[in-house]
Write a protein that binds this ligand. Sequence first.
Ligand SMILES: Cc1cc2nc3c(=O)[nH]c(=O)nc-3n(C[C@H](O)[C@H](O)[C@H](O)COP(=O)(O)O)c2cc1C
Length: 185
Amino acid sequence: MKNEFDNLKVMHEYAWGLITRGTVDKKSPALHPTFGTVGLKGMPELRTVVLRQADQMAATLEVHTDLKSRKIEELKMNPKVGLHIWFPKNKLQIRFKAVSEIKTGETLREKWDKVPYKSRISYGTRPAPGTSISTSFSYEKPANFERFCVIELKIEEMDLTHLGTRHTRALFTRESKWSGTWLAP
Ligand SMILES: Cc1cc2nc3c(=O)[nH]c(=O)nc-3n(C[C@H](O)[C@H](O)[C@H](O)COP(=O)(O)O)c2cc1C
């Protein structure tokens, strides 16, 4: 990006280019977004996740998790999600607001078959993630398809802040068909 962003369409396209790169480039900051939920007691909850898929046309993202993780309980209570990525080299911050849909069961068989074994053990920890245990290694990690869970995120808003020579900030919403509007940074 040679200049600071001064065109909404360019800024939006540029952001999506960076987001989708996260699903194929292990060095991209988009590989590891921060995923925010509203906790069971109303407090914010943040954690790092892996971005598994990004679809610009549909404006959706995909994250995988363990069905028994706390975030699933939280999403069942409140499906709204915040997501955050900072691209230091590009000086771009992206903040997403999204609504999640939780998918489990046989429809995921094809996706599961593509999950490498070393990653499959992320789904099925015994006891369930977040359970108090007596020593640091008092747990097992069997791969368990029944616990494999896909979170599909339907993006509703993207708030972009670019720290160029002069800072720029723009909001893109599904409602406005992603046409975008400038905000004071
Ligand atoms: C680099 C990194 C990547 C992670 N990727 C995922 C992921 O893709 N899915 C996931 O559920 N947890 C992932 N985690 C673990 C979460 O950050 C979190 O500790 C775990 O999911 C439990 O969160 P919860 O109790 O809020 O559900 C990752 C952690 C790190 C440090």
